[in-house]
Design a protein. Structure first.
Length: 288
């Protein structure tokens, strides 16, 4: 009887070892699947950023060309000044300072472009959404002028930071603004107007709202616009809002669309404030 008990004990241990091995293999498989999903999300997000930058090609070229033209004119003026018998040192210093300032302007534009165009791994750090919105609005400034659209920026004071990937969150804001510009410029609304604002909600969520006075969303499409390949643009792929939703949800937030009652549309997203992230992880910020 003791012999049978020992055999049973060995069998139980053997079965437990098999079970542990199976659990470890399943855990490893899930980790690989999660990593592959994250890599796919990053790859799609990168392609979407490059596509968005493609829409800004003309305005970005203009943005860079302006300081380069100013540098050339100032360099010619400095050369002319140096050829004169009596060189005005203060005037020459002012010209050289202008050249430095214009060079920095061009450099800032290139840095912002390179940042969005680069392929990078997800990095979660404290992000100030007010500063992020300001960076994106600088990037689209010339695009506004070309489209003859006004942009009103209203940023909440003392906005709490969020934890997230700065490049991906920039991508979301850029996508929402470009969509709003497109909606306004194709709707024949005069004047075309877009606004973006930030605010803190009562439940400690950072809230970003993009509004436009375009033709608005068709009734019943508030959720559909976030589906992959759904688009109302002639040349659009319909991936921008789907990727934006994936990014926001991976950050523990929510994103939604509201048709405005009069005209235009509103797009919202919320993210947990950095010092309230753990406590708001299960709270839904959607208002649709």
């Amino acid at each position: 009887m003791g012999f049978l008990t020992m055999v049973e004990a060995v069998l139980i241990v053997f079965l437990l070892l098999i079970l542990v091995a199976a659990l470890l293999m399943e855990r490893s498989r899930r980790r690989r699947a999660e990593k592959e999903t994250e890599q796919t999300r990053e790859h799609l997000a990168h392609l979407s950023r490059v596509s968005a930058l493609g829409e800004l090609t003309v305005s970005l070229a203009h943005e860079i060309n302006q300081p380069l033209t100013a540098i050339l004119l100032n360099a010619q003026a400095a050369s002319h000044l140096l050829s004169s018998p009596n060189v005005e040192v203060k005037e020459l210093q002012a010209i050289l300072q202008d050249i430095v300032d214009d060079d920095l302007r061009a450099s800032e534009v290139i840095v912002r472009i390179r940042e969005l165009a680069s392929h990078h791994s997800t990095e979660r750090i404290p992000v100030g959404l007010n500063e992020l919105v300001q960076d994106v609005t600088k990037l689209v400034n010339k695009n506004l002028l070309l489209r003859k659209v006004s942009l009103d920026v209203n940023l909440a004071s003392h906005l709490v930071a969020v934890e997230g990937d700065r490049i991906q969150l920039k991508q979301v804001v850029l996508n929402l603004l470009l969509n709003a510009f497109e909606a306004v410029s194709t709707s024949n609304r005069v004047p075309g107007a877009v606004s973006i604002c930030t605010e803190m909600s009562a439940d400690r969520l950072v809230h970003v709202i993009v509004r436009d006075n375009g033709s608005g969303l068709r009734s019943g499409t508030e959720r559909k616009v976030f589906e992959p390949f759904y688009t109302t643009k002639e040349s659009g792929m319909g991936m921008g809002l789907s990727i934006a939703q994936s990014i926001i949800e991976s950050h523990g937030g929510n994103i939604w669309a509201n048709p405005k009652t009069e005209r235009g549309a509103e797009f919202h997203f919320t993210l947990p404030a950095l010092n309230a992230k753990a406590h708001t992880a299960g709270i839904s910020g959607s208002a649709n």
